[in-house]
Write a protein of this length. Sequence first.
Length: 395
Amino acid sequence: MRTSTATLAAIALLLAASAEARTWIVDPTGGGDFLRIQEAVDAAGDGDLVLVRPGSYAEAIDLLGKAIELRGEAGAQRTLVDAGSGGSALRIRFTPGGGARIAGLTFAGGNGTFLRERDGRFGGGILVEASGPVIEDCVVKGNEANVGGGICVLGGSPRVERSRLQGNAAGIGGGIAVEEDGGASFELCEILENEAVFGGGIDLFRSRALCDRVDIRGNRSVEGGGARLMGDAGGSVVLSRALVTGNAAESGGAILIAGASLILRESTLAGNESSPGHAALEIGDGAGRIERTICAWNGEEAAFRCDSFAGPIVCSLFHGGVGEEDLCGALDRVLIADPRFCDPERGEFTLRSDSPCLPGQGPPGCGGIGRFGRGCEAPTPTAAASWGGIRLLFR
């Protein structure tokens, strides 16, 4: 029996239609395809969109290794996923069909996924396992776990953009934990008010991370208030155009490095607190490069303490309890001076017009130093004047 050309064309059209991406609507009022997000995920296939309408969803979500898009229709402020201590608020497993995309959602109330082989709970808010999702315009808050209170990356490579991780808690990595072989990137993110024993804001162990234009503020820990970078010669981190402020720890109020490679450039580390005998930026054994960075106004303790750093420190400024003899690495055009912030006591770290960190006012060839540029004028000196001199002004 021969099949007609018209029949073959009809079959081809049917197959093409079945391969097209589909949108599944989740609506808690009953106006969509499903009431719960997980039900839509279960039904979706690779390439599909799960569109979540505004509301609060009491559930923990598992993407089941599917390359789908999960999006809050009205944004993170109006769309909440509350796991209610029922595991990770969102679990993203190995995704053979490509990376998933998650946007416009708030993830809260997670207590992590228990992994028997690792004997602990991982990824209170989001757990990424050997996958490369894009996470954008999301909020991850009020979650907890043993490792990675906000986000935990286990061998994955997520890209996180324009998102906020706030008020999460863990033993390791209050805001973020990137474990062995991870390769995460964070851009235009805020990492705020998280707590941990190690790595209040970020903890990286034998992993790779790129952090560009991130604010790391108000985090707390015993080691590495803002970030702890552990490597054993296997970890590397690029921290670019970052603000690290208001963090506190016994050692490394801003950043603690042990055996990792750090590239720190065009960043400002200020207003962090450490215990006596420690420093804001503390390097036990590290490598990399520190360039065009300010580390200043970090309480009564030293700005910088270094045992060993295999790399150059270039066009950077340190201020507070530190002299050139306290630095290590290959020093090139390093300033020990007041950066002349506009209002450091109020957390305003733009630069006065007379700052040595502005282009053309510091070491030759350095350009601007720190995260921020000029933000205010230098105070005008008040000259002493006699009464006779004052009278002359009014003649």
